[in-house]
Design a protein around this ligand. Sequence first.
Ligand code: FES
Ligand code: FES
Length: 153
Amino acid sequence: MKYRLMINGEEREVEVDSGTPLLWVLRDELGLTGTKYSCGVAQCGACTVHLDGKPVRSCVTPMRNLKKREVTTIEGVEGLVADAVRESWETIQVPQCGYCQSGQIMTAIALLESQSDPEDEEIDAALTGNICRCATYPRIRRAVHEAAAKVRS
Ligand code: FES
Ligand code: FES
Protein backbone atom coordinates (compact mmCIF):
# COMPACT_ATOMS: atom_id res chain seq x y z
CA MET A 1 0.00 0.00 0.00
CA LYS A 2 1.20 3.54 -0.77
CA TYR A 3 1.58 6.00 2.10
CA ARG A 4 2.33 9.70 1.93
CA LEU A 5 3.87 11.00 5.11
CA MET A 6 5.24 14.28 6.34
CA ILE A 7 8.65 13.40 7.69
CA ASN A 8 10.91 16.15 9.00
CA GLY A 9 8.82 18.70 7.13
CA GLU A 10 9.04 16.94 3.77
CA GLU A 11 6.42 14.85 2.03
CA ARG A 12 7.70 11.32 1.47
CA GLU A 13 5.99 8.40 -0.27
CA VAL A 14 6.60 4.77 0.57
CA GLU A 15 4.98 1.50 -0.46
CA VAL A 16 4.73 -0.94 2.45
CA ASP A 17 2.20 -3.19 4.23
CA SER A 18 -0.15 -1.39 6.58
CA GLY A 19 1.26 -3.22 9.60
CA THR A 20 4.88 -2.26 8.90
CA PRO A 21 6.30 -0.40 11.90
CA LEU A 22 7.30 3.20 11.28
CA LEU A 23 10.83 2.40 12.49
CA TRP A 24 11.35 -0.02 9.59
CA VAL A 25 10.21 2.64 7.13
CA LEU A 26 12.45 5.32 8.63
CA ARG A 27 15.58 3.17 8.67
CA ASP A 28 15.16 0.79 5.73
CA GLU A 29 13.07 2.76 3.24
CA LEU A 30 14.18 6.32 3.96
CA GLY A 31 17.72 5.85 5.31
CA LEU A 32 17.01 7.83 8.49
CA THR A 33 19.20 5.66 10.68
CA GLY A 34 19.55 8.09 13.59
CA THR A 35 16.50 6.39 15.11
CA LYS A 36 17.65 3.10 16.61
CA TYR A 37 16.23 -0.40 16.83
CA SER A 38 16.82 -2.21 20.08
CA CYS A 39 14.05 -4.14 21.86
CA GLY A 40 11.38 -3.84 19.16
CA VAL A 41 8.59 -4.10 21.77
CA ALA A 42 8.21 -0.59 23.23
CA GLN A 43 10.40 -1.31 26.26
CA CYS A 44 13.63 0.64 25.72
CA GLY A 45 12.89 3.94 23.97
CA ALA A 46 15.78 3.73 21.48
CA CYS A 47 13.32 4.17 18.59
CA THR A 48 11.61 7.31 19.95
CA VAL A 49 10.44 9.87 17.39
CA HIS A 50 7.84 12.64 17.58
CA LEU A 51 4.38 12.12 16.13
CA ASP A 52 2.64 15.49 15.93
CA GLY A 53 5.18 16.71 18.50
CA LYS A 54 4.65 13.90 21.04
CA PRO A 55 7.19 11.15 21.71
CA VAL A 56 6.18 7.70 20.44
CA ARG A 57 7.89 4.33 20.06
CA SER A 58 8.27 3.93 16.33
CA CYS A 59 8.97 0.18 16.65
CA VAL A 60 5.32 -0.42 17.61
CA THR A 61 3.67 2.30 15.50
CA PRO A 62 2.21 0.70 12.38
CA MET A 63 1.97 2.65 9.15
CA ARG A 64 -1.83 2.32 9.18
CA ASN A 65 -1.92 4.76 12.15
CA LEU A 66 0.02 7.46 10.37
CA LYS A 67 -2.37 9.03 7.89
CA LYS A 68 -2.14 12.83 8.07
CA ARG A 69 0.34 12.73 10.94
CA GLU A 70 3.65 14.55 11.13
CA VAL A 71 6.73 12.56 12.03
CA THR A 72 9.93 14.18 13.29
CA THR A 73 13.13 12.23 13.77
CA ILE A 74 16.45 13.14 15.35
CA GLU A 75 17.65 14.22 11.90
CA GLY A 76 14.90 16.82 11.54
CA VAL A 77 14.03 18.08 14.99
CA GLU A 78 14.68 21.82 15.24
CA GLY A 79 13.91 24.99 17.17
CA LEU A 80 14.99 26.70 20.36
CA VAL A 81 14.47 23.70 22.63
CA ALA A 82 16.09 21.22 20.25
CA ASP A 83 19.14 23.47 19.84
CA ALA A 84 19.44 23.93 23.62
CA VAL A 85 19.17 20.19 24.25
CA ARG A 86 21.78 19.32 21.60
CA GLU A 87 24.15 21.97 22.97
CA SER A 88 23.78 20.77 26.57
CA TRP A 89 24.24 17.15 25.54
CA GLU A 90 27.52 18.17 23.95
CA THR A 91 28.73 20.44 26.77
CA ILE A 92 28.02 17.83 29.42
CA GLN A 93 29.20 15.01 27.16
CA VAL A 94 26.20 12.86 27.99
CA PRO A 95 26.66 9.91 25.62
CA GLN A 96 28.88 6.95 26.39
CA CYS A 97 28.33 4.36 23.62
CA GLY A 98 25.64 6.67 22.21
CA TYR A 99 23.19 3.98 21.11
CA CYS A 100 20.24 5.13 23.20
CA GLN A 101 20.90 8.83 22.89
CA SER A 102 18.75 9.86 19.94
CA GLY A 103 15.78 8.40 21.80
CA GLN A 104 16.81 10.17 25.01
CA ILE A 105 17.16 13.48 23.18
CA MET A 106 13.77 13.16 21.45
CA THR A 107 12.09 12.46 24.79
CA ALA A 108 13.96 15.31 26.50
CA ILE A 109 12.92 17.76 23.79
CA ALA A 110 9.26 16.73 24.10
CA LEU A 111 9.48 17.17 27.88
CA LEU A 112 10.95 20.66 27.64
CA GLU A 113 8.42 21.69 24.99
CA SER A 114 5.67 21.06 27.56
CA GLN A 115 7.49 21.94 30.80
CA SER A 116 10.20 24.58 30.78
CA ASP A 117 11.47 24.05 34.34
CA PRO A 118 11.15 20.38 35.26
CA GLU A 119 12.11 18.97 38.67
CA ASP A 120 14.38 15.90 38.88
CA GLU A 121 11.32 13.70 39.48
CA GLU A 122 9.60 15.03 36.35
CA ILE A 123 12.72 14.41 34.28
CA ASP A 124 13.00 10.88 35.64
CA ALA A 125 9.29 10.23 35.01
CA ALA A 126 9.44 11.52 31.42
CA LEU A 127 12.57 9.54 30.62
CA THR A 128 11.75 6.41 32.56
CA GLY A 129 10.99 4.40 29.40
CA ASN A 130 14.32 5.33 27.81
CA ILE A 131 16.81 2.71 28.92
CA CYS A 132 20.54 3.44 28.89
CA ARG A 133 22.80 0.42 29.21
CA CYS A 134 25.70 2.74 29.95
CA ALA A 135 23.74 4.37 32.80
CA THR A 136 24.19 7.96 31.67
CA TYR A 137 21.12 8.98 33.68
CA PRO A 138 22.81 11.52 36.01
CA ARG A 139 24.33 13.33 33.02
CA ILE A 140 21.02 13.25 31.15
CA ARG A 141 19.35 14.89 34.13
CA ARG A 142 22.03 17.60 34.31
CA ALA A 143 21.80 18.23 30.57
CA VAL A 144 18.01 18.59 30.74
CA HIS A 145 18.33 21.15 33.56
CA GLU A 146 21.00 23.05 31.64
CA ALA A 147 18.93 23.05 28.44
CA ALA A 148 15.86 24.21 30.37
CA ALA A 149 17.82 27.11 31.88
CA LYS A 150 19.07 28.07 28.43
CA VAL A 151 15.57 28.08 26.97
CA ARG A 152 14.23 30.20 29.85
CA SER A 153 17.02 32.79 29.65
S1 FES B 1 13.16 -0.42 19.93
FE1 FES B 1 11.30 0.62 20.25
S2 FES B 1 11.12 0.81 22.38
FE2 FES B 1 12.86 -0.46 22.09
S1 FES C 1 24.92 5.70 26.07
FE1 FES C 1 25.20 3.56 25.80
S2 FES C 1 23.19 2.79 25.94
FE2 FES C 1 22.98 4.82 26.52
